[in-house]
Design a protein around this ligand. Sequence first.
Ligand code: SF4
Length: 371
Amino acid sequence: MAVLPAAGQPSFLARALLAWYPRHRRDLPWRTTRDPYAIWLSEVILQQTRVAQGLPYYLDFLASYPTVHELAAAPEQEVLRHWQGLGYYSRARNMHHTAQQVVREFGGEFPGTYAGLRQLKGVGPYTAAAIASFAFDEAVAVLDGNVFRVLARIFGLHADIAAPSSRKEFQALADQHLPPAHAAEFNQAIMEFGALQCTPAKPDCLFCPLQSECWAFQHGQVALLPVKSKAKAARTRYFHYLVLRHGGQLYLKARPSGDIWQGLYDFALVETDSPELPATELLRHVAALGGSPAPSTYAAEPRPAPALRHVLSHQKLEARFHAVELAAALPAVALRDTGLRTYSDAEIETLPKPVLISNYLDKHSEKTAGA
Ligand code: SF4
């Protein structure tokens, strides 16, 4: 059974992880910097995606915005465009706001303590602990999914890691085992150990240096830990996009607040409770915008459009795109009420868009350009 460290002595966990880490660590660019801005960028991106997918985004953000000043001064649309493909765009907007807060309230310097970092909008306990320990050597333990899993298995903790109340117990344990003189390395090591050795589905218990101390291994409960209650089932939404085109240009609009993809650009949207949108309904929606389809629309699109499926964290989208060539431009009142306006292909390329829309445009670019 695992025991707590004696005062001043690194615990068995710290000793094992600090010995394991140098031999197994991956070389990642954010591990070689002490710049809190670069560390913060990497953490925000890695909360969103895995290392392999996040790496090009990290390099792109650092190249485009080498310091927090450039990021803060960038237009939001441009930041969203760089973020495109990572999903969960409110995180990109929060990141942008945080950069502006650092410049406005702290003169462009990230606060140098955990408590100071927590004052920043959108910087939660995990990110604050990561920056405080990696950039400033503060002895505060990080707690992410990997750390929860490693601690739950080694110490046999059965608390539900999805419950906010469990956090205190895990944080206290992680803090107890964190060696103050090696805070950054311990934090990196325990996360890397969770990512490479003590993985969710197939942990490498056979060659694990903590096998003899690991409660879950010793009790045959590795597959049962950590305990995590199931998230609510994702709801399905049916999107029907009216891909309105006139004079060689497409109508798009920025998405409003209060729903997914705020500030990203998509087409006129009709959302329904069922997958189908009958042709008569489609025409009714076009007419409600003051539009009338050109005769070529009927000739070119006689069949219902196939659905594209897109999965978000809590929603499944089933989207159909209905290409409509308009006989005349939409009236000004419709543009004012909906925010729609025409964009050329070159302009569309620069707009931040949900991946669903980008994929559609990529697939249909020849078709739409030639229409
Ligand atoms: S023995 Fe298995 S479950 Fe326990 S810490 Fe090692 S890899 Fe994880």
